[in-house]
Every structure is written in C-alpha cells, then in structure tokens.
Design a protein around this ligand. Structure first.
Ligand SMILES: C[S@@+](CC[C@H](N)C(=O)[O-])C[C@H]1O[C@@H](n2cnc3c(N)ncnc32)[C@H](O)[C@@H]1O
Length: 264
C-alpha cells in the first residue's frame, strides 16, 4: 500500500497536518458505528490517538485497546492516553483473541494497509458475533479539500510524479461505495455506507503549510522530495488553489464511512 512508511513520523507533525480533523471525525465515526457506553472497543491504526481518545471519553480507558505499526505513534498514543492497552501491530495480524471486542473501528487507515482484505478480516475476527466493524477513509478524489488542493497544485509543478502519487488516484477503497463492497466481501452483514464531514481551523497559511516539509504523510513526502525552488512554487500554487489570503481560515473534509455487523 502506498505511503504507510510516511507515518513513521513525529506525532506533532501529524497533529498539525491531518490530525487536526481527527477529533471531529472520530466523534462522527463513533456515532455512525453506534458505539455505546459499556462496550469494549478497539481502534486499529490508531496513530497518535484521535479516535482512541474519543473512545476513551465514551467508554473509559479500561474498555479501549489500540494498535498501530508506527512506533512513534504508539509511544504518543500511550503517553496521551494512560490506561489504554496500546500495541505495536498492523491490522493484518492483530494480537487479540477472537471475539474480544464489541466494536472495532479504524479511522483513515484501510487504504494504508499492506493487505486491506486481510486487515478487515482480522477486525471482524476480534469482534464478537453481533458486534460492529466500522471505518472511514478520506474522499481524496473529491471533498477532502486540503489534500485535493495539494495534489492538484503538485500536478502543476511535477505532473508525472504527482499523478503517480496523487492519493485521489492511487488509494484503494476510497471511491464512493468501495468500502461497502469490501465489507460485504468480508462477510459482514447489515452493511451501511455514508459520509462524514470534519473541519479544521488554521491561524494562517503558514500554519497549514509548516508540517508538509517535514515529510509527514504521502503529501508531506512528496513536498519534501522537491528541490527548494519547486517547493516554493508548490507552496504558492497550493495557496492559490485554496484561495487563502492573510489571517485565519477553516477547511472542511469529507470522509466515506462504513459499518457492518459480524455474523453468527
Ligand atoms: C492517516 S493515519 C490515521 C491515524 C489515526 N487513525 C487518526 O485518525 O488520526 C494512518 C495510520 O495508519 C497506520 N497504518 C499503516 N499501515 C497500517 C496497517 N497495515 N495496519 C494498521 N495501521 C496501519 C499508520 O501508522 C498511521 O498511524
């Protein structure tokens, strides 16, 4: 899968980039999935812990577990959320017993898995019969404003390389309805598909831009790979496409969401 290694990054850079949308998106995903107090839940691909934190708010730390293959993100999640069982592991081989959870969710992760089908099978295995498996991914090709504008700007600067890296093109499971097909193919029942919207506030354009040259996430990795002059041109094109002047602004982002029930 394209780009998973770009999350061996600092949690701070991630927070300042797409992490800003995390808490709102997590609240929406928890509502969509129907996670209720009293349940035990697992966050797969937890990153620094946006969804984990919202699950803790609803269920309490003792009822929440989390997994991610990125060591710096696991460390950040453990430090931020004491009492949560956070393990360093990928979705394709989750170190949890069968039927251990009432709800298993992943936020912005399926498209980064090495093997998405195996990851969802594992999410279903660790969830009890009748429990819920839910996920969301960005609408990269459409209304994830930040990343759509970034890749459109990148295509102006280096059309060939940007087209080969554009998440709106290369990411699996991110077109409308694809997650639902994956859920049904995995044998999950009562599959529901929908969209979630989150927003993020920025102090100014520099606030938005500053994490990108660190190399975080696929967009950051592309940005970092450019010569300094090209990076400056990308910065200008990105700002123009977003229509950002001076001072604060807000962007919205759409994610596709899916939820299904474990049969049996
Ligand atoms: C865009 S981040 C999302 C992080 C977090 N869920 C959030 O909403 O902020 C993608 C995450 O997927 C993780 N990841 C990459 N490959 C994975 C895999 N095979 N299984 C589980 N997580 C994976 C990355 O380490 C990273 O933390």
């Amino acid at each position: 899968m394209p780009g998973a290694e770009t999350f061996r990054a600092s949690a701070d850079a991630y927070d300042r980039f797409v992490g800003r949308y995390g808490p709102q998106l997590a609240t929406a995903l928890i509502g969509f999935a129907g996670v209720e107090p009293g349940m035990r839940a697992l966050d797969v691909g937890c990153g620094p812990g946006a969804l984990t934190a919202m699950l803790v708010e609803r269920l309490g730390a003792a009822r929440v577990s989390a997994a991610d293959p990125s060591a710096p993100f696991v460390d950040a999640c453990r430090a931020r959320l004491p009492g949560v069982d956070v393990v360093e592991a990928g979705a394709e081989a989750l170190p949890f017993a069968d039927d251990a959870f009432d709800a298993t969710a992943s936020q912005l992760v399926i498209n980064f898995m090495r093997d998405g089908e195996a990851g969802v099978r594992e999410m279903a295995r660790v969830t009890r019969p009748g429990g819920v498996v839910a996920s969301c991914v960005w609408d990269y090709a459409g209304e994830m404003t930040l990343l759509r504008a970034f890749w459109d700007a990148a295509r102006e600067i280096d059309p060939e390389r940007a087209a080969a890296a554009d998440e709106g093109v290369v990411m699996r499971w991110c077109a409308e309805g694809e997650l639902a097909d994956l859920w049904r193919a995995t044998g999950l029942g009562s599959v529901r598909f929908g969209s979630l919207v989150a927003s993020a506030k920025y102090a100014d354009f520099e606030d938005l831009w500053s994490p990108l040259p660190t190399g975080v996430a696929p967009a950051g990795a592309f940005c970092k790979s450019l010569e300094e002059d090209d990076r400056g041109t990308l910065r200008d094109a990105f700002r123009r496409r977003l229509g950002i002047g001076e001072g604060p602004f807000e962007l919205t982002a759409r994610a596709w969401a899916v939820a299904g029930t474990v049969p049996g």
